[in-house]
Design a protein around this ligand. Structure first.
Ligand code: AMP
Length: 387
């Protein structure tokens, strides 16, 4: 396995303008305001543009979406028929986000990805697929729904040349391994495959061995670059006082845009109700909501119509909402990985942000365990009193 380090990267590909890609893509990248590739982009872009298979060990927030989206767009032949590229992502939100990044970057070279996820009527997706003259060239979706289409015969993957497995570790955690295997068996063996994952457990290595051809293994230093600029604070709070502690934090913030994590659907619903009754503009996001409800909630929060979003871990990964001032762990995350993903929702794109963990009496030991695995220190503090 060859891995390159962050330092080596900085010496290699310094600018986007050094990349051999079309003028339209250069223009779309410049429109995004990006000048230098992120470390994972510096490593993955040249390899993928060269047609190599790539395994990228990269966290969310590292810029990995553009790392696979730029070569994807470049690889699309506007004259060819059938689906040329397929992106598999674990959740609807991540699929929607990948599709939106692809759309933004293909502004001058439209590839118009079709999103196929659960939560949306399959009938309307079938209509979209059949309506596209010349077919859809790019499909982005979640494994369950993609497989459903394959089994109905409404999706054909025989012409796929470029395949992406995004957040592969999470897809496997969610039990999608058999679905992913079945989907891959519908694609040609002679294709280019990119796999991105925040961790590299044995199961992923097995998957790489089975489905990829002598891939390049790329890794950037493990801490997510965005997490460096997150100030981490914890407060000892007893169970029932957590809501008042949260309100103190919100009321004390200058321009609050607060993402609050709860562990369960029930817990998040309850907290949402309490905050709404107290007069806050607050949204609610959990796995039980329909796709359109989730989209609306996210849009309201992103646009600032709501200033607080109460969510379960569905919002922990990949969500890219700028200017989140605080991430609050109302309930402790299950493990250090979830902690890092949650707090990575703030301090995006070099901005500053605060991650607050409210630690109840029964959570002290578990939080100590999380803290021990963190590279940066979590400051312990006392809550200001209401006065
Ligand atoms: P991702 O890890 O793909 O979720 O990307 C994290 C964030 O970084 C997104 O907001 C991207 O728009 C942004 N981004 C991606 N590439 C770059 C870049 N080269 N320069 C600045 N921001 C970037």
């Amino acid at each position: 396995m060859t891995t390159q380090t962050l330092t080596e990267v900085r010496q290699t590909n310094a600018l986007f303008t050094d990349l051999l890609i079309s003028g339209q893509l250069h223009k779309a990248i410049a429109n995004q305001g990006w000048e230098t590739p992120t470390p994972i982009q510096s490593l993955a872009l040249p390899a993928l543009l060269d047609g190599e298979d790539v395994v990228g060990l990269a966290q969310t927030g590292s810029g990995k979406t553009a790392a696979f989206a730029i070569p994807l767009i470049e690889s699309i032949d506007p004259k060819a028929r059938g689906i040329q590229a397929l992106v598999l992502a674990p959740t609807r939100e991540l699929a929607a986000q990948a599709a939106s990044d692809i759309t933004n970057l293909s502004r001058y070279r439209p590839v118009r990805p079709v999103v196929l996820c659960g939560g949306i009527s399959i009938g309307s997706q079938i209509k979209t697929l059949s309506k596209r003259s010349g077919g859809a060239s790019v499909v982005v979706g979640t494994p369950g729904r993609i497989l459903d289409h394959l089994q109905r015969g409404t999706l054909k993957l025989g012409s796929v040349r470029y395949l992406v497995l995004d957040e592969a570790d999470r897809m496997l955690d969610m039990g999608f391994a058999p679905d992913v295997g079945r989907i891959l068996s519908h694609t040609p063996e002679k294709r280019q495959t990119a796999l991105f994952s925040a961790t590299m457990p044995e199961t992923i290595r097995g998957m790489v061995k089975k489905h990829m051809r002598s891939p390049k293994w790329l890794a950037v230093e493990s801490e997510a670059p965005t997490v460096d600029t997150v100030e981490q604070v914890s407060y000892r709070v007893e169970g029932r006082e957590k809501t008042s502690a949260l309100r103190l934090l919100i009321d004390g913030a200058k321009e609050p845009r607060v993402l609050v994590f709860r562990r369960t659907k029930h817990g998040s619903t309850k907290l949402h109700r309490q905050l709404e009754r107290a007069g806050y503009k607050v949204g609610l996001l959990h796995g039980g909501k329909s796709q359109s409800q989730r989209d609306k909630t996210l849009a309201s929060f992103a646009k600032g119509r709501t200033t607080i979003l109460v969510a379960t871990n569905v919002a922990a990964r990949g969500l890219d909402i700028p200017n989140i001032s605080h991430v609050v762990n109302y309930d402790l995350p299950e493990d250090v990985e979830t902690y890092v993903h949650r707090i990575g929702r703030t301090a995006r794109a070099g901005k500053e942000g605060i991650a607050v963990t409210l630690v109840g009496e029964t959570e002290v030991k578990d939080f100590d365990k999380i803290k021990r695995s963190l590279p940066a220190k979590v400051r312990e503090s006392c809550l200001p009193n209401a006065a």
